[in-house]
Design a protein around this ligand. Structure first.
Ligand SMILES: Cc1cc2nc3c(=O)[nH]c(=O)nc-3n(C[C@H](O)[C@H](O)[C@H](O)COP(=O)(O)OP(=O)(O)OC[C@H]3O[C@@H](n4cnc5c(N)ncnc54)[C@H](O)[C@@H]3O)c2cc1C
Length: 422
């Protein structure tokens, strides 16, 4: 049974309501992409731009998963960078430097090329949640500056000039990163993909996939025979086999959207219209929407159970940061699943010679999905340098089922939550 977009600020303001048909019957393609979030849509679009015939099957609606629900923060780099640098040394740091803003560039060029209206704004800040975090942020900024990136330190005493709160202990601003309306980006990229020939099917869950010499994907009413299959995003539990078994574990993250602020209120809380994430591991993140709502995203759910009342769970934290917003009505609240990989390095690899996967962005996926999709598309086209490096990463796989893995992850989250609080 197809699930529609979760009720959210994004679903209420989506500017493209295209419904794609269900797959019925057997069709052929060069590539069959499974999953219609950023990973899948971006891979399909890149491959179609390079001349491939692509079919994409989505179980629910395009943008139904994390891609249509997230905080909209377009953040430089990928999660787990230290593990890549540690394992691959100079090759790793060169890779990280090369891809750091690649997702941003892809997104911005598509917005321009395909006229995608998704409220993209530049300006992102990491705010020090504890005084001791500032040392780490300074070191990070120094390293990035040495590579040519232009980041601005916000001194602890200046935080009140950047945000309407004194709760943080400084931070840094990255003006190439920013924020956007993720569902509108996802729908816009899907429209772009369809416009150049990608055949998109919704309500078409892949129920069976087969690699081997003649790859195919089976849905309830159809079948796609293709030269290669791309499992894009955390697709079905049924595909968590082989190298995907025990690799990614979903955990909850939640967002509330206030009523619209006046221009003066918006100016007072976030005068530079920055997207902000704090420096905790289990972090808070927020930004203003284009119509001046405060979109405040909360700490991951470390008990691994969805809170019954999201507004009640998140609003006190918002009020702690911005007491001036404590009385604001909460118009929307929703949650989604973040896929955690224990090394925190996105899982990009091959299940079989012609079955690729990309997933596990650890809550840092708006840009990273676009980077990963290009790396997989490059590999399909024969350029495997970056793909091979990701494929070789020593990922940690838990030799337990998903339920037990989730309980262990919840314990880990609780540990980090306590560490953040010290
Ligand atoms: C609340 C929240 C806030 C976040 N905030 C940010 C943020 O501010 N910045 C950031 O960078 N990242 C953020 N993230 C993470 C980011 O949203 C994800 O990393 C990214 O969207 C993952 O995209 P994806 O395409 O890989 O997966 P998804 O968007 O989840 O897409 C996977 C798709 O596959 C489909 N599917 C599943 N099984 C099948 C099947 N068998 N057959 C066909 N289709 C199938 C699903 O229906 C789904 O549409 C956040 C995530 C959440 C949940």
């Amino acid at each position: 049974m197809v699930e529609h977009h979760v009720s959210s600020y994004y679903a209420a303001t989506v500017n493209d309501r295209t419904a794609y048909p269900q797959l019925k019957g057997a069709i052929k393609a060069d590539i069959c992409v499974v999953g219609g979030g950023f990973s899948g849509i971006s891979a399909a679009l890149t491959l179609a731009e390079r001349g491939y015939q692509v079919v994409l099957v989505e179980a629910n609606r395009i943008g139904w998963g994390a891609s249509g629900r997230n905080g909209g923060q377009v953040i430089a780099g990928i999660s787990g960078e230290h593990n890549i640098a540690r394992q691959f040394g100079a090759d790793g740091t060169n890779l990280l430097r090369d891809i750091r803003y690649r997702g941003h560039d892809i997104i911005e060029s598509r917005i321009a090329k395909y006229a995608i209206d998704c409220d993209f704004r530049r300006g992102w800040m990491e705010a020090a949640a504890r005084p001791r975090h500032m040392d780490g942020l300074r070191r990070y900024v120094d390293e990035r500056r040495a590579e040519g990136d232009e980041l601005e330190i916000v001194e602890p005493g200046d935080i009140g000039r950047v945000l309407g709160t004194n709760i943080y202990h400084g931070g840094y601003i990255d003006r190439r990163s920013g924020h956007l309306h993720p569902l509108n980006l996802c729908m816009g990229e899907a429209r772009a993909a369809a416009s150049i020939g990608v055949r998109i099917f919704e309500d078409s869950a892949a129920l069976q996939i087969n690699g081997g010499a003649k790859p195919y994907v089976v849905t309830a009413q159809g079948r796609v025979d293709a030269g290669a299959i791309v499992l894009a995003g955390s697709t079905d539990h049924a595909f968590q086999r082989g190298r995907l078994r025990g690799l990614t574990f979903p955990t909850g993250s939640y967002i509330i959207a206030t009523e619209q602020l006046t221009e003066a209120e918006a100016q007072a809380v976030n005068p530079q219209n920055l997207a902000v994430a704090d420096s905790n591991i289990v972090l808070d993140y927020f930004r203003l929407s284009a119509d001046r709502r405060m979109l405040f995203g909360g700490r991951c759910n470390y008990s691994n159970r969805d809170p019954k009342d999201l507004a009640a769970a998140l609003q006190p934290r918002l009020a702690e940061i911005f007491p001036q917003l404590a009385h604001k009505r909460i118009d929307y609240s929703w949650g989604g699943r973040i896929d955690i990989v224990l090394t925190r390095v996105p899982a990009i690899g091959r299940l079989e010679p012609n079955v690729y996967y990309l997933q596990g962005y650890c809550g840092h996926g708006v840009n990273a999905t676009h980077i990963a999709a290009e790396i997989v598309a490059d590999a399909i086209c024969g350029t495997t340098e970056k793909f091979d490096l990701f494929d070789k990463i020593r990922q940690v796989r838990l030799p337990v089922g998903r339920w037990a893995g989730n309980q262990m992850l919840a314990l880990g989250m609780l540990y980090y939550r306590m560490k953040d609080a010290l």
